[in-house]
Write a protein that binds this ligand. Sequence first.
Ligand SMILES: Nc1ncnc2c1ncn2[C@@H]1O[C@H](COP(=O)(O)OP(=O)(O)OP(=O)(O)O)[C@@H](O)[C@H]1O
Ligand SMILES: [Mg+2]
Length: 266
Amino acid sequence: MNGSTPVLEGRGLVRTYGTVQALQGADFAVEAGTVTALIGDNGAGKSTLVKVLSGVEQPDDGMILLDGQPVVFRTPMDAHRLGIETVFQDLALAPHLDAAANAFLGRELRRFGVFNARRAMRRSTIKSFADLGVTTVQDVSAPVMSLSGGQRQAVAIARSAMWAKRVIFLDEPTAALGVVQTRRVLDLIRQIRDRGLGVVLITHTLPDVLDVADRVEVLRFGRRTATFDRDDATVELLVSAITGVYSNVAVEAPTDVTEIDIAGGG
Ligand SMILES: Nc1ncnc2c1ncn2[C@@H]1O[C@H](COP(=O)(O)OP(=O)(O)OP(=O)(O)O)[C@@H](O)[C@H]1O
Ligand SMILES: [Mg+2]
């Protein structure tokens, strides 16, 4: 942290599913113009944290602050309106629609005449993709189900980048990608960061974390257990933090650790 107010912050977030305590008082912060990697083992609560911070899930306890002010996100639209966009682990694109229609899904332009609006959305999508250096999707009129995994990922990220004003969450955007496509996504992440947004990247690929992140936050059993500036982190240190060998954050003894389902879901 360099001392500036985080653009988005979670404090003491709790989210329980039945007997599973997915978040047990998690703290988290992201600053504008930085990439923050959010790492942790399967089931650590990363996706749940993202959902809570983007209005998809409501926390049972804790608070969310935007530019230092407490906010409540009742729905994802609340978060969207405040400039927060999310690429979820399962992408959530509409497979039968093309890239342009996906980019404007739920926020369609209204024009006199359907075709004008469609053309305008297509033009705008092509421009946004070009601005972001997304060159892999040549035909924004093709249904996204006909695209490769990497192209689909690019569509999902570019869509979020089109609308985000403050923060973008990317939940394992490179998990299914090859080396070249992964590098493209990391480049895209840097571009979005350089526009001044806070980017939150979830990944299990630690060299990618060291490659692109400015800061790293480590989640374990639904709590922040460590936080690093990029320059202080090594793969070994990150592994130690993920596995609970190392911590640099004061943590109260978690309750009911034995009941946590760490089998998780990927
Ligand atoms: N909708 C749900 N219903 C019940 N349990 C859930 C639900 N969502 C998450 N959980 C549980 O909460 C815990 C945290 O899950 P979460 O998906 O946040 O982990 P994660 O850190 O994203 O893991 P991964 O790296 O595998 O994606 C897991 O034990 C999971 O089973
Ligand atoms: Mg997850």
